[in-house]
Design a protein around this ligand. Sequence first.
Ligand code: FAD
Length: 469
Amino acid sequence: APALLCFRDDLRLGDNPALTAAIDAGGPVLAVYVLDEESDGVRPLGAAARWWLHQSLSSLRAQLAAIGIPLLLRRGRADSVIAGLAAESGAMSVFWNRRYGLAERTVDAALKSELRAAGVTAQSFAASLLFEPWTVSTGSGAPYSVFTPYWRRLIALPEPRLPLPTPAGPGAADAAAAAGFAATLAGDELDAWELQPSRPDWAGGLRASWQPGEASALRLLREFLADALPRYEAERDVPAEQATSRLSPALRWGEISPHTVWHETVRVRNAAAAASGGSSPLASAATAFLRQLAWREFAAHVSFHAPDLGRVNWRREFDGFEWPPLDSAALGAWQRGRTGVPLVDAGMRELWTTGTMHNRVRMVVASYLCKNLLIDWRHGEEWFWQTLVDADAASNAFNWQWVAGSGADAAPYFRVFNPLLQQQKFDPHGEYVRRHLPEWGTPDYPEPLVDLAESRRAALAAYERLRRR
Ligand code: FAD
């Protein structure tokens, strides 16, 4: 009987514990990816994410084929589809890597009991986070709600496990048997899922900016560590520079594991420290990068303990904040990059064209939406969800709430980013702005939509009313 291996947010062969375990079970392995847009509470993927998924799955399918594992594509409710496939194929064991969203955990728990009821073993593994959310807690056993103590705790814990090697795959006879099983089972064509836009095809900017897949993720990591890490501390906030890793979509889709990123970085840090006989600028940059990786862990941790983070204010007292009625025209101007504030508009254009936005600029556009346009952060979160290739339920919601002031570890609400000062500070020569906003300074460029000082005052007054209630 074949072993069944379920891929989800772990589209890689290297450091993939479920894959390794399925192969080690010793027999043919059938892989499946289920596009689940039906299970309760599972949020349908945004448009840019769907584009990424298409590329990543076709790359994964080729990688798996090369080691003798067929990848079946099916859609529907993941629990019934996988339980059904186990029955059809006669699989007696099913393997997957764990997910941490509430809806996803509910699906996986239902699947596990369905399988067990049918006498099929189900095994799940930790693969997508360095520290599973429930394994980190304060001295009193509570979840963390502030990053710095969380980070201090992480670095006091034993190092995350080492990455697993990329497996060679099942033997030739098992590979042939797996192909035989796959031939008798129905599966979808990837194209039939229509994950890529066709009419119109707006993905040109994504294709020009990204190459999804594991090989490319590993290359990005190597290039980052060799070329950009030395500049990371000084330039990571400068959006015109390529001083960050650009690994967020690869981490989101699991094309690379955080363990691989962590240990490769630690290797560089230790080598730098050894060469300099102690601390060195490169070692310090490596630590700064590891700390950034820990923000991803922290977002997952907070979101695990507050699973409706994408919809509900983490600070419930923020529910009383008086958002004015939604100004759809203002929201549209923000989405299209027509607010008349250059750094905001450049960021929104970068997002629309390339499916990403520099972290510094994400903070600025989010602050502008909530605190100058006085638009509820949920509208911004949803737009990012649709347009980011790295759209991640935990990181996106966590960061939106962090900027809005309703979230964990939030800066006080009254810390409003001034987008003009931010531009002076982080893009002083306008290099980033001009790159994404060619009409800046021409008559085509709009006047500011709102007065920055006045709108900031209105936001602070609304906050003050909330505080006094
Ligand atoms: P690097 O600086 O190279 O950092 C390395 C890795 O650390 C990143 O790839 C990412 O996985 C992680 N990381 C860094 N900063 C953060 C952070 N603040 N929160 C969580 N993880 C972080 N990141 C997402 O992955 N998905 C999102 O949906 C997302 N939405 C965001 C929304 C807003 C409003 C803001 C302000 C930030 C958001 N971020 C999100 C975080 C951050 O902007 C991106 O992770 C980062 O820009 C990715 O670029 P990089 O890979 O070059 O980062």
